[in-house]
Each structure stands twice: as C-alpha cells, then as structure tokens.
Write a protein that binds this ligand. Structure first.
Ligand code: AMP
Length: 280
C-alpha cells in the first residue's frame, strides 16, 4: 500500500495506476461502514484508492472540527488489511494552501436539511470532493447512504460539471441494535448511546406506519416526532419526509421517499435515514 501526503505524489501514483480506479473518500477514524465501501470498491477496481482527510471547510465555526476523532495509524492498518493500493492523506495546507479561494456551490438540493442546519457544509463537501476527483481521476467513487443528502449533492456535482466518475452509493451499516455506525458515536456516554437508538426507532415507526398504509407525510413526520419526544436526552434538529431525488418535502408519499432526521443527543449531533419502498 502506497501512502502519500502531497498532491504531486498522488498525481504521480495515479498516472501509473491500472484502470479502473476506485476511490473511497473518508475523514478517517474508520469503522465497518467505511470498510463496507472499501470492500465493494476492492471487488470492482484494479486500483483502489482511499483518502483520509478531515476537511475543515465542511465544518461550521461552532462544530467539532478540532475534536473530530483521528487515528491515522489504525486507519492505515485497516486499509492495508482491506487491500487498498493507494492512500492519500494530505495535510490541510496541502489541500488549502495560503491564498486558496475557490469553492463549489450547489443549488437547491444542498440548501435544505443538512444544508439548512449546517450552512456552508455542502460547499465544503462539494469543494473537497471536486478536488479529490480532479486529482485522483477515479472511474468510480463510493459513498455511504448514511449521508443520503451528500450522495444527492455529489451526483448533482458530477452531472452539472460533466465529470466522468460513476458515483456508487451503498447501504447504511448498523450496529446489531440498529444504531447507524458513525465516527461520532465515540462521543456518546453509555446513557447517550442507549438514547441514540431513538433515531432508529423513529425510522422503524415510520416504516411500520407506511406498511400499514399511511401515505400522509405530515402524519409520518408526526409519528417520528412523537417517538423522539419520548426520549429526554434527544433534541430534534429536523425530521423530514422528502422526495428522494429532489429532497422537496412531500405532502403525500407517492414516490421514492427519503425519510431522514438529525437529532442532538447531549452534545453529539447524529443523522440517520431510510428510503421508503427500497430499503429494509
Ligand atoms: P466520513 O468519514 O464520515 O466522511 O464517511 C466517509 C464515507 O463513509 C461516506 O461516504 C459515508 O457516507 C460513509 N459512511 C459513514 N458511515 C457509514 C455507515 N454507517 N454505513 C455506510 N456508509 C457509511
């Protein structure tokens, strides 16, 4: 496994890479969710690249950039074991040298949900992903449905900028009790870890109501809010029942629908989602 930190080294490695080249971008502190992407990408790629970069431009000024968990040595061990060929783990200065001043801004699909709750988040995501795509020239790039809106935003980036990379989205990996794996789960105290199950329970409630025939989106949002309200440690940021392609809020569930939510458990902000009629 070739580990590089600079743009110049990454370019040199990519020039020699046998195609197809698969890319798994991450912020590190890897878990089974990341590794599920790596394993699928390994099967489909002659050369497999992963990136580890905690991207400062996608964090708001009051968010957890400084404390975001990091463990490069452990991550490199996991990636080596999974058969990754190339790891790009740049410094912030390498990605954003002094005077850096170009950003990619995506329209309506990036403005709601996470975009509304975290202003500038998707500008940072789209910018870093555009840079990684340009630099590493992947044939395919792998993302988790855990960050469902991110997948929509990146597909829009690829379509609108005529990029040639194929975006592959893979299912959410969960703990046995339903909690979606996240690097941020390490922030949770034992009682918060227990309380965090309320995200999954609220999604399961929506699914049950949907299966029982409920198609009124506001009823489904209300059912989620009721489950969340019963958990004293949970503070709801948003609940959403939206068109899975446009992310427009729905009044009736009559098309592929993204049910998503963001909830604070203590000081940890967690997100989760479910696509009605497709998953689970
Ligand atoms: P991150 O390191 O949080 O930026 O995540 C890197 C990639 O892993 C993103 O495409 C995430 O959507 C994906 N990912 C994170 N958690 C999970 C999970 N529980 N299941 C599947 N994919 C995930």
């Amino acid at each position: 496994m070739h580990v590089v930190e600079t743009v110049a080294e990454a370019r040199a490695a990519v020039r020699q890479a046998v195609r197809p080249l698969g890319l798994v971008p991450t912020m590190g502190y890897l878990h089974e969710g990341h590794l599920s992407l790596v394993r699928r990408a390994r099967e489909e790629s002659a050369t497999l690249a992963a990136t580890i970069f905690v991207n400062p431009t996608q964090f708001g000024p009051t968010e957890d950039y400084a404390t975001y968990p990091r463990n490069l040595e452990r991550d490199l061990g996991l990636l080596r074991e999974a058969g990754v060929d190339l790891v790009f783990a740049p410094t912030v200065e390498e990605m954003y040298p002094p005077g850096y001043d170009t950003y990619v801004t995506i329209g309506s699909v990036a403005e709601r949900l996470e975009g509304a709750a975290r202003p500038g988040h998707f500008r940072g995501v789209a910018t870093v992903v555009a840079k990684l795509f340009n630099l590493l020239q992947p044939d395919r790039a792998y993302f988790g449905q855990k960050d469902a809106q991110q997948v929509v935003v990146i597909r829009k980036l690829v379509a609108d900028l005529n990029l040639t990379v194929e975006v592959v989205a893979l299912p959410i990996v969960r703990e046995p009790d339903g909690l979606a794996l996240s690097s941020r789960n390490v922030y949770l105290s034992p009682p918060e870890r227990q309380a965090a199950l309320v995200l999954w329970h609220s999604l399961q409630t929506v699914e049950a109501r949907f299966r029982a025939g409920e198609r009124d989106a506001e009823q489904l949002r209300g059912a989620m809010r009721a489950v969340l309200a019963a958990e004293p440690l949970a503070e709801v940021d948003y609940v959403s029942v939206a068109d899975a392609a446009t992310l427009d809020e729905l009044s009736r569930v009559d098309r592929p629908t993204l049910v998503s939510l963001a909830v604070r458990i203590g000081r940890t902000r967690l997100i989760d989602n479910f696509v009605l009629g497709v998953e689970g």
